[in-house]
Design a protein around this ligand. Structure first.
Ligand code: HEC
Length: 228
């Protein structure tokens, strides 16, 4: 009985001390003050286990190689993700350099499809990674997952062709408003195929450089300086 009483008092003291520490403002919340190695380790295990457990239930579709899906994914990625995750031929951005944790450079590796789907859909708490599932359906998210599988080592030209094809397919879809969804896939496929048949045009430099959606991002490096 006496022991339990002492234990309870100890617990209360610890809770009060923690509360006092939180209230004191001693903790540096700045994104430029890195975690201790131990804190970092705990957070990364917590994140990895949480994602792995949930990604186990995600069923990966078998059409991730579909050219139309790739083109669509490239267009979404180009529009929404490059400021943080970069793209072929693109230099580092100011937003990415300032973030903590720093968004991984997704031109360097292809994330596991099931995990990538889960992460893109739900986001990651207390990082800058948003939950895109609030505004995008599963099909669009799978399109981005499909694109991410091919992005490492992709040439700048191929990247431009892909997202241009994706944009064109989407524009076409809007032109033919109405119950046109059934044809979306084939028109995007046609656009993607057409794009890949076009030899790298001499006016390549007039097509958009991978622009960052983040207004504060620095200008992308010119093609050819990728990986610098
Ligand atoms: C504002 C910055 C930001 C934007 C925009 C953003 N992300 Fe992220 N993303 C992050 C951060 C930060 C992480 C890493 C979080 C961590 O370390 O736990 C991340 C992680 C990821 C991962 C996990 C990579 C791995 O390590 O396996 C994927 C996949 C991903 N993002 C895809 C996307 C896609 C696709 C988009 C666009 C639809 C996007 N992100 C937009 C910040 C961003």
């Amino acid at each position: 009985m006496k022991f339990i009483k002492k234990l309870l008092i100890l617990i209360v003291l610890i809770v009060v001390a923690c509360g006092a520490w939180v209230w004191s403002g001693a903790y540096n919340i700045g994104a430029d003050a890195p975690h201790w190695a131990l804190t970092k380790k705990v957070i990364s295990v917590l994140r990895d286990r949480s994602i792995a457990t949930r990604a186990d239930e995600v069923k990966v579709p078998d059409n991730l190689d579909d050219p139309a899906l790739l083109a669509e994914g490239a267009a979404h990625y180009h529009e929404m993700c490059t400021g943080c995750h970069l793209a072929p031929g693109m230099g580092d951005t100011e937003i990415r350099q300032g973030l903590y944790p720093k968004p991984p450079n997704l031109t360097h590796f292809a994330p596991d499809p099931a995990e990538a789907f889960w992460i893109i859909k739900h986001g990651i708490k207390m990082t800058a990674m948003p939950a895109w599932g609030k505004t995008h359906d599963d099909q669009k998210i799978w399109a981005m997952v499909a694109y991410l599988q091919k992005q490492p080592h992709m040439s700048v030209e191929r990247y431009r062709q892909l997202y241009a094809a994706g944009d064109a397919a989407e524009a076409g879809e809007h032109d033919h408003a109405g119950p046109a969804h059934a044809s979306t896939g084939s028109s995007a496929a046609a656009a993607a195929t057409a794009a890949t048949q076009v030899p790298v045009p001499a006016h390549a430099d007039t097509s958009a450089v991978p622009a960052s959606p983040a207004g504060s991002a620095s200008a992308p490096a010119p093609a050819g300086s990728a990986g610098a």
